[in-house]
Design a protein around this ligand. Structure first.
Ligand code: C5P
Length: 292
């Protein structure tokens, strides 16, 4: 155990993933959907903390923590047990999940938390697995967990496990808004009607947010109609985002109900988020890791 591990580790950020588009390109024999999606990460994040302790435990904190209290087996604990089993270690430590992202909301909060736990414990337990091995473990926890291991923009294909380089991204602002209604992913996939959408054709990169928004406008989120059918408020969120000054593109992320809007910069996005109804969960800022 390292000295840092004995004192407890610095909390690990678990940033929200945003699907700038999400095409359902096919379906596997086991019912899982084949996807093509450009995933980016927002500055909005949960965080996972660790302190050494004999037994494995998890405490929930943060504004959205109460929503998870009834869940018997949090994905963070499953991630910890899976890593321990794979490393041949007993699962130990006091984990604390600071929950700031809304639960079951299409921005991969649970997946990001699980990926953050894998990264954190890989170091705290001195496991030393390479990122590719962590990604393979992540795929066993959920389709969105592998892309969250690196928490860097990526093109996601297959059922979520096939990752490749994203086009070069410009500086941009993002608003996230959720009507505070959870949408379970399996229900949204089940409600989806219609055929399949081809893989998107993307350039090597974009120099500014307006050009990126223009190119992404021809793509879609193939789960948006199904989500609106289950949760009509999603349409109201999209309309409110499109009405914000400077909004370049608004679309639902993942299986919803969180929607995002793209702006030229983080300052415009922060201003836009402040104009949305207070009853919604809303956030405005830049991409994860981008300077303000
Ligand atoms: O893998 P994860 O637990 O996040 O997926 C939740 C559910 O979403 C799956 O049980 C499945 O119904 C649906 N899903 C899918 N195709 C994907 C990802 C998820 O059909 N690529």
């Amino acid at each position: 155990m390292t000295a840092a591990g004995e004192a407890g580790s610095a909390p690990e950020a678990a940033p929200a993933k945003v699907n700038l588009y999400l095409h359902v390109t096919g379906r596997r024999a086991d019912g899982y959907h084949l996807l093509d999606s450009l995933v980016v990460f927002a500055g909005a994040a949960d965080s996972v903390g660790y302190a050494p302790a004999q037994a494995l435990s998890l405490t929930l904190a943060g504004p959205e923590g109460a929503a998870l209290a009834a869940e018997p087996d949090n994905l963070v604990l499953r991630a910890a047990r899976l890593l321990a089993a794979e490393a041949g270690l007993p699962p130990t430590g006091r984990l604390e999940l600071e929950k700031c992202l809304p639960v079951a909301s299409g921005i991969g909060g649970g997946s990001a938390d699980a990926a953050a736990a894998l990264r954190l414990l890989n170091t705290a337990w001195d496991v030393g697995f390479a990122p590719a091995r962590l990604e393979a473990l992540a795929a066993r926890l959920g389709a969105d967990v592998p892309v969250c291991v690196a928490s860097a923009a990526a093109r996601m294909e297959g059922v979520g496990e096939t990752l490749s380089a994203a086009p070069r991204l410009p500086a941009c602002g993002l608003v996230l808004a959720n009507p505070r209604l959870p949408l379970p992913t399996p229900a949204v996939f089940k409600a989806r009607r219609g055929g399949f959408t081809p893989r998107a054709v993307l350039p090597e990169g974009w120099d500014d947010a307006a050009t990126m928004a223009r190119d992404l406008a021809v793509c879609r989120n193939d789960l948006e109609d199904a989500a609106i059918g289950l949760c009509p408020e999603v349409a109201a969120v999209l309309a409110a985002l499109r009405a914000l000054p400077g909004c370049l593109l608004a679309r639902m992320s993942g299986s919803g109900a969180t929607c995002f809007a793209l702006f030229a910069d983080a300052a415009q996005a922060r201003q836009g988020a402040g104009m949305l109804p207070e009853a919604w969960w809303r956030w405005g800022g830049g991409l994860y890791g981008a300077p303000f």
